[in-house]
Design a protein. Structure first.
Length: 217
């Protein structure tokens, strides 16, 4: 029998993503520049005389004017055009990762069993639901009678433990998991469902049933 399955084959193609247009426009802004300037100012200084006799008479020089030129720096503004920056535009390849998801199909072998039949090498097969507990019960009962049951006890008292271990080993939640990994969850689940039977009393039978399923898979 050949089993087939679908797998994703992904290819890429180049498509237009848009365009970038580069141009320029003139904008105006107000610019203020602080410029240091120098100007002259006139000062008048009065110096007291030495109170000595002076040959000049009063009124002499009336109407005489002394002129003192005063200068200052004035700011002149002119504009000139300069190259402020260059803008280069082009394209370059940038690699990124995208996730692609789709539904695929595969073929699996369907294995059916009836009665107490051990199927070896069934790992990876999508088997039909295992035979019911009634079909495999005799095998576990014989095992118990040859072992712990030989020293006394009732099968009815231990059957729930065997049945639980067998059912959990076939449960999708635990199928394929190692015992050490599954035991903590099994222990909690058992304590909730069977508070009157401690794990210490039921664990050995549960493990035996579990191993009978997992070791033949």
């Amino acid at each position: 029998m050949h089993l087939h399955e679908e797998e994703l084959r992904v290819t890429t193609e180049r498509a237009s993503a848009g365009e970038v247009r580069l141009g320029k426009e003139v904008v105006e802004e107000q610019q203020t520049v602080t410029v240091p300037t120098t100007r002259e100012e006139v000062y008048v200084e009065r110096v007291p005389g030495d109170r000595q006799p002076d040959a000049h008479g009063i009124g002499e020089g009336v109407g005489e004017t002394i002129r003192v030129p005063v200068s200052e720096e004035r700011v002149e503004v002119e504009k000139q055009t300069v190259l402020a920056e260059e803008v280069h535009v082009g394209t370059r390849e940038v690699q990124e990762t995208q996730q692609v998801s789709d539904t695929i199909k595969r073929e699996e072998a369907r294995i059916e069993q009836s009665g107490d039949v051990v199927i070896a090498g069934a790992t990876g097969a999508s088997a039909a639901a295992p035979a019911g507990w009634d079909a495999v019960l005799p095998r576990f009962r014989r095992s118990w009678q040859q072992g712990a049951g030989a020293s006394g006890g009732r099968w009815e008292d231990v059957e729930p433990s065997y049945q639980y271990g067998w059912q959990m080993a076939n449960d999708p939640r635990y199928r394929g998991r190692a015992w050490a990994d599954a035991e903590p969850g099994l222990r909690q689940d058992w304590a909730r469902a069977h508070p009157d039977t401690p794990w210490e009393r039921a664990g050995a039978a549960i493990r035996e049933a579990w191993d009978s399923v997992t070791t033949r898979a």
